[in-house]
Unconditional design. Structure first.
Length: 134
């Protein structure tokens, strides 16, 4: 069964629809690639999905280990390269400070997130830089 549909709307925009929920995401080409930058670009979604997956897996890990996880935020920066045009680097600043986790959990939390399915899919094709605030 299909997961989603993607419809080209013209003007370098698409509408992505999640079939089970009906949730929609609009994309637009970025300013540096002939677009208006009015929405997430497809490569923005890749970088954002990476971090969303990490936070989700951290949530699963915490739930499975009885660890309270009530706060997590991240700033995501995607850096492109040319020839071929692709994502070169994803920089992420995580903030978990409001969870008040003991230092003994920090490495386990980081490891859980960094082994998420999107990380395994992207592999070594993108340089990653993570900063964690606990």
């Amino acid at each position: 069964m299909a997961t989603s549909t993607v419809e080209y709307l013209g003007g370098l925009r698409t509408k992505c629809t999640h079939l089970k929920s009906g949730s929609e995401i609009l994309t637009d080409a970025p300013l540096d690639n002939n677009g208006r930058g009015d929405a997430f670009s497809p490569t923005d979604l890749v970088a954002t999905a990476y971090v969303s997956c990490m936070l989700t897996v951290i949530g699963i890990y915490c739930g499975n280990h009885g660890i309270d996880f009530s706060f997590g935020k991240a700033n995501v920066t995607k850096i492109m390269m040319e020839n071929p045009r692709r994502i070169a680097k994803i920089q992420v600043e995580f903030d978990f400070s409001e969870n008040n986790w003991p230092e003994s959990l920090h490495q386990r939390i980081m490891k859980a997130g960094e082994e998420c399915p999107v990380a395994k899919t992207i592999g070594d094709n993108v340089e990653l830089m993570f900063e964690y605030k606990f």
